[in-house]
Design a binder for this molecule. Structure first.
Ligand SMILES: *Cc1c(COP(=O)(O)O)cnc(C)c1O
Length: 427
């Protein structure tokens, strides 16, 4: 469900024509819909009805824009962060520290200290050396770190290999079989409070069975840990629920079906359930708006060359991801084309043999479902500026990340002393 619709022949974000934003801000530009974000939070909450006080920690990495985070903070969401930078963004957006959980395999001592001082709700630990480091840091600060271990349940999530995180040989979590010993060793450190258990098996999950299998393992371990004397009060079930990208494919399980499965598996757990949705909240709430630079004849197909490229939207190059590409002001007819960006890489290809709205040079197109893992993965390859971002709410819209001038990007570099002009002249 989203609020990007054709109104009088022009694609709109809520009540704002995308043509207007393209004219005012230039392209490429990301456009987010507040109503869609709010709707997704509501749908997810409804899906969890009957679960007592769920802790919903939005996965900041999906879309860390300050305005998006502030929108979610107003709705009362917590945050799942994976770096000190994300933690700072979540706090700056007004998300209370006690609703923040810190995930990730490579937390540094500095990041741990920052998170402890902020007073975050939970560290999800991913290895025993990490637990030892956190124990040392907390001890030094005279604090106690609230912790869970993330369990690697050794399941195939059935998603793209690069976003599968719960297979035995993936880098995430601790092996299920070693968990009891790991908790015992961690609990022996007075500066660690082992209060939870966590799991997250991957992203863009389109089948509930692997999640169910993982949660069942968590349930068994929860009982075993309590029997061993650990006061486990939180069970973090992670994120990962998929969203529809390709209308021709079966739609992923709806949040309601996910909620039903969770209620079923967790009945009797007597733990506070935690959730870390990212893509589900923001995926459908964003589009990447781009202009056709030109259409080039190809041997088999025309190439639609856009002003957006893989540096603006990396998912197709990185995950072979499929994004619907729509004309913002559709003309008559359709075409079959390769859709590419201007970057000097064959991988800078958004779609091959795509049946799409017919477009001509100067037309605007929108990449749908680009709100998650879009702008945040942007980079400046080929010395291209970072993509600006716009947030829409009803008939209002605002630039929520400016397009930094190329001069700013270039000015970040500095010449080594021996390369500076005047010295060169002296030599
Ligand atoms: C990426 C990530 C999420 C969010 O995944 P989505 O597929 O965006 O819901 C949640 N938890 C952890 C630990 C993650 O790494």
């Amino acid at each position: 469900m989203n609020h990007f619709d054709l109104i009088d022949g022009v694609l709109h974000a809520e009540a704002v024509p995308l043509t207007l934003i393209a004219e005012a801000v230039g392209t490429p530009v990301y456009v987010y819909s507040t109503a869609t974000i709010e709707r997704h939070v509501e749908v997810f909450r409804e899906a969890l009805a009957g679960i007592d006080d769920p802790w919903i920690a939005y996965a900041v990495k999906a879309n860390p824009n300050a305005a998006v985070l502030a929108t979610l903070a107003k709705l009362g969401l917590g945050a799942d962060v994976v770096s000190g930078g994300e933690l700072m963004r979540a706090r700056a957006a007004g998300i209370p520290a006690e609703r923040i959980v810190f995930s990730g395999v490579g937390k540094t001592a500095d990041e741990m200290a920052l998170a402890l001082r902020e007073g975050i709700g939970q560290f999800n630990l991913e290895s025993e050396p990490e637990a030892e480091m956190l124990a040392d840091v907390a001890e030094m600060l005279g604090m106690v770190a609230p912790c869970a271990y993330r369990i690697n349940p050794a399941v195939e999530a059935g998603t793209h290999s690069k976003i599968s995180t719960g297979r035995a040989d993936d880098k995430f979590g601790i092996a299920y079989d070693t968990a009891l010993d790991a908790y015992a060793r961690a609990a022996a450190r007075p500066s660690l409070k082992m209060q939870g258990i966590a799991v997250h098996i991957g992203s863009q999950l389109t089948d509930l069975a692997p999640s169910r299998a993982a949660f069942e393992k968590v349930g068994l371990l929860l009982a075993a840990l309590r029997a061993a004397g650990h006061a486990i009060v939180n069970a973090d079930l992670g994120g990962g629920l998929g969203v529809p990208y390709d209308p021709a494919k079966p739609i992923p399980p709806l949040p309601a079906a996910y909620g039903e499965m969770v209620r079923d598996v967790t009945a009797g757990w007597n733990a506070r359930l935690m959730f870390e949705p990212g893509r589900l909240i923001v995926g459908n709430a964003g589009v990447l708006l781009s202009r056709v630079i030109r259409v080039k004849e190809g041997v088999n197909r025309p190439f639609v060359i856009l002003d957006a490229a893989m540096n603006d939207l990396l998912r197709p190059a990185m995950y072979e991801a499929w994004h619907d590409i729509r004309a913002v002001v559709p003309r008559e007819g359709e075409m079959t084309a390769h859709v590419v960006g201007p970057i000097c890489e064959t991988g800078d290809t958004f779609a091959r043999d795509r049946e799409m709205d017919r477009v001509e040079a100067g037309d605007l197109v929108a990449f749908m479902t680009a709100g998650a893992y879009g702008a945040t993965m942007g980079n400046t390859y080929n010395s291209r500026a970072l993509t600006p971002e716009v947030l829409v709410s009803g008939k209002d819209w605002a630039v929520v990340r400016r397009r930094l001038p190329l001069e700013t990007l270039i000015a970040g570099d500095e010449l080594a002393p021996w390369l500076q002009q005047d010295q060169h002249a002296e030599a």
